[in-house]
Design a protein around this ligand. Sequence first.
Ligand code: PRX
Length: 647
Amino acid sequence: MKDIESALIEERLYRPTKKFQENCNITAEQAIKQHADYKFNPESFWKGLANQFIEWDKPFTKICSGSRPFFKWFEDGELNVSKNCVDRHIKNTNNAIIHISESGKKENISYKKLYEKVNRFSWSLKKMKLKEGDRVIIYMPTIPESIIAMLACARLGIIHSVVFAGFSSESLKDRIIDCNAKAVITVDGFKRSGKLIESKKVVDEAIEAGCECVKAVLIFNNLNLKISKNKIDFTWDEIAPRESVVVDPLSMNAEALLFILYTSGSTGKPKGIMHSSAGYLLNCSLTSRWVFDLKENDIFWCTADIGWVTGHSYVVYGPLSLGATVLIYDGAPTYPDKNRFWKIIEENKVTVFYTAPTAIRTLMKVGEDSPRSFKLDSLRLLGTVGEPINPKAWVWYHKMIGLGNCPIVDTWWQTETGANMIAPLPGISDLAPGTCTKPLPGIETAIMDTNGDEITNANIGGDLVIKNPWPSMLRGIWNDENRYKQTYWSKYNGKYYITGDTARYDDKGNIWIMGRSDDVVNISGHRLGTMEVESALVAHINVAEAAVVSYKHEIKGEAIHAFVSLKQNTKKLDNSKYADELRQWVKKKIGSIAVPERISFSDMLPKTRSGKIMRRLLRNLARGEEISGDTSTLENESVIAQLREIL
Ligand code: PRX
């Protein structure tokens, strides 16, 4: 609960400009009214919003039903999410998607065109005998076709599960098997930082390793690569309808699952977070309106990959449900050079830009002055997500990218919450760099102390919890009800949703996120369980034991330090050779994001007498801190001195 010093001295305040205030979607009076409406009657608050933001096929009469920890929202209503995101905007004159590829190709897709494409894709999914309730894996980079595939699934009530295209074949296989997916949609390959990644080959490896549930693989030709074809493979060109087709959207129950998205927890096995149709769409839509202030004439660039929840909520469902234009770029921020992001903003007159602190820090480092050579005055709002943003990066972002005119929305949320929970309302909030400010109307959070009491004073850290259900809350973990109850609801007698984050208030009541309270680390804004990396390491033939902890990293926020002891009979080689081999191994087992930055080899790891590795001590060592807390249960005290020597 420490590490709050830098935050404590942050006293700068930034007000929105008059121009922004005059044009924002939610004014101070409206915000006061929303908070009051919620307080007066939460059900009628959500009812009003659900009718305002969603086009229903069958109106709902129930609002929130069920009891902790299982809730249903609008459960007797019917809608189709794809229809809400596409069909109702086909008369729009703006584009739905602007796509820029890493190689510089640009494609504009109007809402009408998107409608045609989604219908064609839906027709093909039907031809592949996929139907309502089936699970389909989408293993693709952030290109229009992946968005189209998601919307086509939604049109037919098929549950999609997007797997980040950077994950290895093993990670892909685990997810396919966990949700018993019937089909995989992928591409021949894609490029990142100029390097070729052959996705179809990865899918083949996963399937060869044993995914009997998969009956069909659909390959979209992204790069014109030569691919090998198996019995269950269809190429997009083979299966696409020859002429334009219309596939009626299925009226789905409000609670029908829209998607499953895997995220890391504190055990080795990722959790399949389930999201519903109506509740999820509602929070995505209203936060796109309130927090990102989106209007139809905006060009919204959220740099997230569609493999993460931010890509789901703020590349696809939120902005498209409002009929706005999203820009997607499937490439690296610094490819071919450090100016890439700023050039895209200038050339496409991006108005709202949403990215992660790690990207901001990278771009700061590679070129403090590079944004100066670009015209960035089309921007009117900036956002960040995924990890706490350090005040220095915040101020740089505000000054150099926002030219001092753009409010920054620091949005706190999670895969599980579906949409922004704590975030500024940009037209009214005074912004202090580093805080995500206060909960949005309709969201009630609290910070709890170790006795289970709510903390109300400033600068005391505790568990961040959400007190009341909200429409886009997760509906559980796929196939693992117990883990859902245990992870999210057990700590305070099932009363509150446990976020897993710790936080504190400042003296103005703003919330400052302090970090995770479990064994989850946040690398470049991506969540990773340290257990996942440990399991990968110990699966290596030469590794006897491994313990993984995180330490502060200038660019990534946090990075991984692995402590490894090799098996006794391991051939004596240079440690750096083993380190390289283990890095490659982890990349193969999980993906590049999990590769440890530092690896230290030691004959012993610090253990309690009962044989448990004391990760707390390793954390202290990795972070260059004094050893804190009790070491009396340590089996072998000399191990600390030995480890210090090798660091
Ligand atoms: O620790 C919090 C951090 O990211 C976690 C959620 O990760 P994930 O489910 O992958 O979703 C990331 C995108 C929503 C949280 O538990 N986090 C997210 N946003 C912020 C944040 N930490 C501080 N400030 C934020 N704005």
